[in-house]
Design a binder for this molecule. Structure first.
Ligand SMILES: O=C(CO)[C@H](O)[C@H](O)COP(=O)(O)O
Length: 230
């Protein structure tokens, strides 16, 4: 099976998981990227079963509208039942690196609001230690040199993502050569640098459930803490 087939398999699995829970007032959070796009396209067939969506990027909002799925401003909704999004890397604690599509800040905001976060990814994203994928950091443009110097002090090699302006008008630094042994501490430390808007580590708010597409089928990996509490 090629990577796109694996992505499609997890997009379908996510729809299968959420469809029984959909009600006429349900708002779904929608991520960004090629896997999320496949989920959006499949979700279009179930559009009559829920109210609408909040999107983590202008690109996803446009795709949703293209399927006549209503897109709400996050400030206008009380509750996001579930957030479905891809990842650039995931580990067994369901901690993630995200932001390859430069949408990390809005992704993190929608994930924070959502009751449940379902991550959909193909097996190429599965790692034992996060950090082979360069960690995206969204920065206020005037602070990018300052933030880059501070990241060098932490041991990383930050590189400006040329030509990219986020939906929030900011720049992205991609941090190379930065294996992340302690995701929680690293996420907090980078957030503490003045000028950082957000970083692509999702450890403070990991996924609750990971649908991982493998050549043997879709693995359904649940974060025990979430499923014990709910
Ligand atoms: O974080 C993201 C965008 O900011 C995406 O979820 C991540 O880059 C994975 O993308 P894809 O599904 O295309 O592999």
């Amino acid at each position: 099976m090629d990577q796109d087939s694996l992505k499609l398999s997890v997009a379908q699995a996510a729809l299968d998981v959420i469809q029984p829970q959909l009600e006429s007032n349900t708002i779904i959070g929608i991520g960004t990227g090629s896997t999320a796009n496949m989920f959006i396209d499949l979700l279009a067939n179930a559009a009559h079963l829920f109210d609408g969506a909040v999107a983590s990027s202008e690109a996803s909002a446009e795709r949703l509208r293209g399927h006549n799925i209503p897109v709400y401003d996050l400030n206008a909704v009380d509750r996001v039942a579930v957030y479905v999004d891809g990842a650039d890397e995931c580990n067994e604690a369901l901690e993630l690196i995200k932001g390859g599509g430069a949408a990390l800040t809005r992704e993190k905001i929608v994930a924070a609001v959502a009751t449940e976060f379902i991550c959909i990814a193909d097996e190429s994203k599965w790692v034992s230690v996060l950090g082979s994928f360069p960690l995206p950091v969204e920065v206020v443009p005037m602070a990018r040199s300052h933030v880059a110097r501070e990241i060098v002090k932490l041991g990383g090699d930050p590189v400006l993502r040329e030509g990219v302006v986020t939906d929030n008008g900011n720049a992205i630094l991609d941090v190379y050569n930065f294996p992340i042994a302690q995701p929680l501490a690293t996420e907090a430390k980078i957030n503490g640098i003045v000028g950082v808007v957000c970083n692509g580590l999702f450890a403070l708010r990991p996924a609750d459930r990971l649908l991982l597409g493998t050549t043997e089928g879709v693995r359904d990996i649940k974060r025990p803490e979430f499923f014990l509490d709910s």
